[in-house]
Design a protein around this ligand. Sequence first.
Ligand SMILES: Nc1ncnc2c1ncn2[C@@H]1O[C@H](COP(=O)(O)OP(=O)(O)O)[C@@H](O)[C@H]1O
Ligand SMILES: [Mg+2]
Length: 239
Amino acid sequence: VRWVDEEPSPAGTEERRVQFAQLLGTAIANADGRDQLRAARARLLTQGDEARRHMVRDLHDGAQQRQVHTIITLKLALRALRAKDPDAESLVAEALDHAQRGHAELRELAHGILPSVLTRGGLRAAVDTLVARLDLPVEVDAAVERLPAAIEASAYFIVAEALTNVVKHAHAKHAAVTARVEAGALRVRVRDDGIGGARPDGSGLVGLADRLAVLDGQLRVESPADGGTLVAADIPVPG
Ligand SMILES: Nc1ncnc2c1ncn2[C@@H]1O[C@H](COP(=O)(O)OP(=O)(O)O)[C@@H](O)[C@H]1O
Ligand SMILES: [Mg+2]
């Protein structure tokens, strides 16, 4: 560091003081960064537990209930069949309906946890699938190679949360997603032409920033009050 070797002179002392202040600023920023990282980790842990509780509740109230109904209805159908009761057919139809709904609910739940298309096909394929499910025109330019799983998952969650926000809050006519690896980082951008005014302290956006902080990445949200929102994430790619 240059200021250590400088000649002590009145001007030099002043310069040293300024530079020392800058260094101190960096040190404080680092300590701040450590505290922030610790807070981010704690929030991620809490969120993970909360997500598990949510999942168990969804399973219990959804697919598990459907299975119970399927089993009970099939038992009734079997009894009716044995008794040559004409109700048997409608009972089998009812059981089939419960089974099919349960199957659909399980698929939705699994998709919400982590879409298999992401693991199989990577970010591009997963974003295409996500966009196809939305009732909004979204332009996608995300031709990236396969990346480490944690990076792909984080990038996917960013796009998913940002696009969910566009649908929920933005009143936008159009959105665009870009992803590219540039200068050692995966750069993900989600833009919309909606009303703007996104608050970066909401649980969704804070969750994204936490995830990125743990990966040494960064989240930037630009959302002026006169409209349009940009969610920009940069994630370092190792190697
Ligand atoms: N694309 C957007 N356009 C307009 N407002 C947005 C957008 N994204 C987020 N917001 C606003 O910022 C808030 C915080 O977003 P977020 O952290 O995702 O929380 P949540 O979606 O759970 O409300 C939202 O409640 C919404 O008011
Ligand atoms: Mg949200």
